[in-house]
Design a protein around this ligand. Structure first.
Ligand SMILES: [Zn+2]
Ligand SMILES: [Zn+2]
Length: 135
């Protein structure tokens, strides 16, 4: 099982773990929406929310969750397209599009959660939520 290796510094603004990203860092996530802070800045109207001061956590925002949910993609050279695959597949990367579309940002926990997680958890009552059939 390979774990995400922690990166000591932000690849964009070089701050170390636990430090606040530089103001113009394009890795920094918006603490309200979970998307890149740059996306918020690019919008004409960001009134009503403060993107907050996110810190470098040792990994790219969203990558850990994508791996946790099993949402990876790999480049299919023959089909010339991205194909969904398991995180274990060598050369695969996190499917952030899927994450942004199908997960929900939990601002309190500062992480992405699956949209249906709450309903599902209630349904199985402390069961094996999140476990996936073995491939
Ligand atoms: Zn940064
Ligand atoms: Zn924002």
């Amino acid at each position: 099982m390979d774990h995400d290796l922690l990166r000591g510094t932000c690849p964009a603004c070089q701050v170390t773990i636990g430090e606040m990203h530089a103001d113009d860092c394009d890795v920094a996530e918006c603490l309200m929406r979970g998307l890149k802070r740059m996306y918020c800045r690019a919008l004409a109207d960001t009134a009503g929310h403060d993107c907050g001061a996110s810190t470098w956590t040792g990994g790219w925002p969203g990558h850990r969750e994508a791996r946790e949910f099993g949402w990876h993609v790999r480049w299919d050279a023959e089909a010339r397209t991205w194909a969904r695959c398991a995180p274990e597949v060598p050369g695969s990367g996190p499917d952030l599009n899927r994450l942004y579309e199908h997960a929900r940002w939990n601002a309190e926990a500062r992480r992405w959660v699956r949209r249906w997680a709450v309903v599902f958890l209630r349904a199985v009552r402390g069961g094996r939520a999140g476990s996936r059939p073995r491939r």
